[in-house]
Design a protein around this ligand. Sequence first.
Ligand code: 4AD
Ligand code: MG
Length: 459
Amino acid sequence: MLLIKELNKDKVGDKITLAGWLRTKRDSKGGFSFLEINDGSTFTGIQVVADDNLDNYSDIKSLHTGASLKVSGKLVESPGAKQAYELQADNVVIYGNTDQSYLLQKGRINFETLRESAHLRCRTNSIGAVMRVRNVLSKATHDFFQSRHFLNLHTPIITASDCEGAGEMFQVTTLDLDKLPKTDLDKVDYKKDFFGKQTHLTVSGQLNGESYACGMGRIYTFGPTFRAENSNTSRHLSEFWMVEPEAAFFELKENADLARDYLKYCFKSVVENAEEDLKFFDQRIEKGIISKLELLSEAEFTRITYTEAVKILEKSSVKFEFPVKWGIDLQSEHERFLTEKVFKQPVIVTDYPKDIKAFYMKLNDDEKTVRAMDVLCPQIGEIIGGSQREENLDVLLARMKNLEIDPQDYSWYLDLRRYGSVPHSGFGLGFERLVQFCTGMSNIRDVIPFPRTPKNAKF
Ligand code: 4AD
Ligand code: MG
């Protein structure tokens, strides 16, 4: 059995077998039916020509959109412009038909409605294209970091450490409250319910990543992370995938170079490996996305400090909803202004005020800012957050004290500064935001197979 993606000129004239799902069917008068089937491997399906010499032609005529088929026949060059080849069927096996209740036969359906049928939506052109681009980006991620000798590290999902300190963690429980007598409910320590310990789902693999970077040099993680924040925006998910490289001996500049090179490699990979899907996004979702990605795969990216960014924002004549002054966390309206109006490309903002950043970031000599770096992209805002890490034990302890973080809870992490401490840096890229940027999809819920948000955890 072949995939539609595997067809090429050399196979013209061969007898081949393909299988997939029926997209459209047109019956013509002379005892012919034209079936367009797609197997998910490419954007464009293939046209199958079936005629009334087939034993089951009457069954073929009763097929609905979405029916699953296996077709054998001769591959010929297509006379039509829509596809390169067509298949002249000499055998059609019908696995399963559909009926009138099948959602996807009703013409173009909006993304919101499709979300209600997340289990079927990959059969549409748009979501199919998104998931193929997602796959290209996933492969590009591994290829990029592997080519630079980063070790792929599998960090835990269940953890007792809070990396970001933002209190956005899902607790893990082994308790079945339904089975406890009601009278005992008030005796339960909900906080210590992972076999007597308090744990939660990870918000980031970074701390574990630092441990391996400080021993094996360069690592990256690529896995699901969880945030229990009640954010219902087009750029937030409760469960999202993060790519987190961490490198020993990297300072902030090398970290920013790495982030830029990684993004450029991703853009180039999509242009080179998802041509057909990108054309669809260019026509239907974001006009000009192909040239945008081509251009950015060669771009330098602007670098400014937070202080410079604030000055630019303060000087602008735009009236922001959230007023700008030194010390505020940049809001998405500010990030978009910088990337879309001022620089018109991704911007790397460094050296944020320490009070708005996590405990582990390296303090600058001014003692007011830390060696943080956010990469901001047009339309998306923050796509990457990272920093050089504080490697000095005393400075880190002082910072934790200030933030009322108990050093006992992080004793293993502090050991990395006690024993052979080194300068090191890393960052986290929100994988779905990258997929959004490379497809133009406006809602993050449409670039992950099964989105989890505060309002939806179905499927
Ligand atoms: O800026 P964040 O919170 O950084 C960290 O977690 C660091 N520990 C990373 C590191 O240095 N290793 O998150 C990193 C990125 C953000 O820039 C954003 O792209 C994405 O993760 N992100 C989300 N994506 C979707 N939904 C959410 N709720 C997200 N929160 C963060
Ligand atoms: Mg961040």
